[in-house]
Design a protein around this ligand. Structure first.
Ligand SMILES: *Cc1c(COP(=O)(O)O)cnc(C)c1O
Length: 207
């Protein structure tokens, strides 16, 4: 099943230079093994502890694994996160940036942007983005590879993908982490460099 699903997604990506992040959170072990057997090596997780349980041992077996943190990161887990993950997609505040730098200044990070200006959602406000980016790069010497967003559920996602793409272009950033199971084809049209796909690849998650 994962083979076919992967093919569908890869067909949508076509010749674009886009990385498929297989979002493995809450998936049973059989499916993780199936994905690995299909040759998938790039995975996304949204919780540090769950990711450690799932991937720490497999790291030794699959040296070419790439793990992306796509969920909110608490500062007290920053150290573990920098040890376990290759890329962090959810850099969203100064305190977290400082904490990441303490442990691993050069870990590639995406800045999460709250494109819908939602009170309950993580992410840097659009109005703070440019200053935050400059501070991360100039003062903290961080490796910022791009921008990430999760569009509001009730809004046209294309609006948010387009906005994120514009802001990334203004900052000369190539990385655009956007698009999930139900909107990745649209994100691809707006130039996503990384799509984060869970259920459309693995099947529905365990609750
Ligand atoms: C869970 C999750 C995904 C994947 O969601 P699907 O709809 O299953 O593809 C992508 N991005 C983030 C930030 C997530 O938390």
């Amino acid at each position: 099943m994962i083979t076919d699903n992967q093919q569908t997604i890869r067909n949508a990506i076509g010749k674009q230079n886009t990385t498929l992040i297989a979002v493995s959170k809450k998936q049973p072990d059989e499916r993780i093994e199936e994905a690995l057997a299909c040759g998938i090596r790039t995975f996304g997780e949204n919780r540090v502890q769950e990711a450690a349980t799932r991937w720490q041992k497999r790291r030794a077996i699959y040296p070419d694994l790439k793990l992306h943190l796509i969920g909110p990161l608490q500062t007290n887990k920053a150290k573990t996160a920098t040890e376990l993950f290759d890329v962090i997609h959810t850099l969203d505040r100064e305190k977290l940036a400082r904490e990441i730098v303490k442990h691993r200044a050069d870990i590639p990070c995406f800045i999460q942007v709250n494109t819908g200006d939602e009170a309950q959602k993580a992410g840097i406000a659009l109005s703070d983005l440019d200053n935050f980016y400059k501070w991360c790069v100039n003062d903290l010497k961080m490796t910022i590879c791009g921008l990430m967003c999760i569009p509001p559920v009730d809004a046209p996602a294309g609006l948010h993908f387009g906005l994120l793409a514009d802001r990334a272009a203004n900052l000369n950033l190539n990385g655009l982490s956007m698009g999930m199971s139900n909107d990745y084809p649209l994100a691809l049209r707006y130039g996503a460099s990384h799509i984060r796909v869970g259920s459309s690849l693995f099947g529905e998650r365990q609750s």
